[in-house]
Design a protein around this ligand. Structure first.
Ligand SMILES: C[C@@](CO)(OP(=O)(O)O)[C@H](O)COP(=O)(O)OP(=O)(O)OC[C@H]1O[C@@H](n2ccc(N)nc2=O)[C@H](O)[C@@H]1O
Ligand SMILES: Nc1ncnc2c1ncn2[C@@H]1O[C@H](COP(=O)(O)OP(=O)(O)O)[C@@H](O)[C@H]1O
Length: 312
């Protein structure tokens, strides 16, 4: 096998309930993840011979622009860290080259880096003989970041703990989304710190049963009404223009409007694929909107697209 390509989805958080800061600096969450049809592709292939097993060189698809310039092409890249962590458990591991094809906004609250890490775990495991079980891959994913286990699974799932303990959720049908993108990113740690400042008295997070009922029934208007994000106020405090984006999407007829995770991407639930296109047009006219993406969810998690044999 010379190259393995894995497709990995972005996420939006349908409910993000955030408890008080824990002693380890993280926050307990009730985090309803929903995978949407906006995908990065991660390709891994054997790297330079003689390099350390699990060490990675990186490249990124297309020209470097303001978006991709923020992706580190060095060992701090989450995909490279994933390869290195997995290699410790696989005797047949070697050095790799990782090529990223990014569609998920960088530092946008849609877990693109986490998706790439999940993709690299699946791709490297396949390249190295597929010996690590899915349960162990999920444990390694949780070491890499709170959001990394979810893109392995995909669909819709409830995350507890710091978001890494996943329980699949029942969701009927497809939901149609528009995402309004921002030129600048937001740091997840900064948004959580702002949340602590605004909510020193945060309650223990609890799952919203109305949201779960709407999901199970495929009821988009009820789901739209039930979307909540405890980090939204903190994101608004750091980026006041996002409040305008959310209000404009609601005024344009979105069933629900929410900052995605720690932001700054804003997510809007539409009635149909056609309605999503209409909403996207209205949002693109906003001065603070750097572009829109339409997508549907739920979609599957990390999926192998191609595994090329060594010689044909
Ligand atoms: C907020 C969420 C919602 O899904 O994602 P984004 O919107 O950023 O994509 C996640 O909780 C982000 O998960 P992830 O990006 O993997 O975060 P990690 O690497 O684990 O942690 C980065 C930093 O975020 C804060 N953090 C993260 C998760 C958590 N439960 N409590 C926290 O306080 C901590 O300050 C931590 O140092
Ligand atoms: N493969 C990757 N893709 C994107 N960003 C990455 C990656 N690896 C590391 N990073 C770093 O992680 C930060 C957060 O990235 P990302 O996962 O896109 O955002 P978010 O946590 O808001 O969902 C980026 O600013 C970047 O410096």
């Amino acid at each position: 096998m010379t190259a393995v390509t894995v497709q990995v989805p972005a996420k939006v958080n349908l409910q993000l309930a955030v408890g008080p800061a824990r002693d380890d600096g993280y926050h307990d969450l009730v985090n309803v993840f929903h995978a949407v049809s906006l995908f990065d592709e991660v390709t891994v292939m054997p790297g330079a011979s003689g390099a350390h097993p699990g060490s990675a060189t990186l490249s990124i698809d297309g020209a470097i622009d303001s978006h991709t310039a923020r992706v580190p092409l060095d060992p701090t890249n989450l995909a490279a860290r994933a390869a290195s962590l997995l290699a410790r458990e696989v005797t047949s591991a070697g050095p790799v080259h990782i090529h990223l094809r990014k569609a998920i906004p960088v530092a946008g609250g849609m877990a693109g880096g986490s998706a790439d890490a999940a993709g690299a775990l699946v791709a490297c495991n396949t390249l190295w003989g597929g010996r690590v079980a899915p349960e162990r891959l999920a444990e390694i994913a949780a070491h890499l970041g709170s959001d990394v286990p979810f893109p392995l699974l995909g669909g819709t799932a409830v995350g507890t703990g710091r978001g890494e303990i996943l329980t699949p959720a029942v969701a009927e049908g497809l939901f149609h989304w528009v995402f309004a993108l921002s030129e600048a990113g937001l740091s997840t740690a900064t948004v959580f710190a702002e949340y602590d400042r605004l909510r020193p008295d945060a309650p223990v997070p609890a799952l919203d049963t109305a949201l779960m009922t709407a999901l199970a029934a495929g009821d988009a208007p009820a789901l739209g009404a039930a979307l909540t994000n405890d980090l939204q106020r903190a994101a608004f405090a750091l980026r006041p223009d996002l409040r305008h984006t959310i209000d404009a999407g609601r005024a344009a007829g979105a069933l629900g409007a929410i900052v995605s995770g720690s932001g700054p991407t804003c997510a809007f639930l539409a009635r149909s694929a056609g309605h999503a296109q209409e909403l996207a047009r209205a949002l693109r006219a906003l001065p603070e909107c750097a572009g829109t993406v339409t997508a549907h969810g739920p979609v599957p998690g990390a999926t192998i697209l191609e595994a090329t044999p060594a010689s044909i």
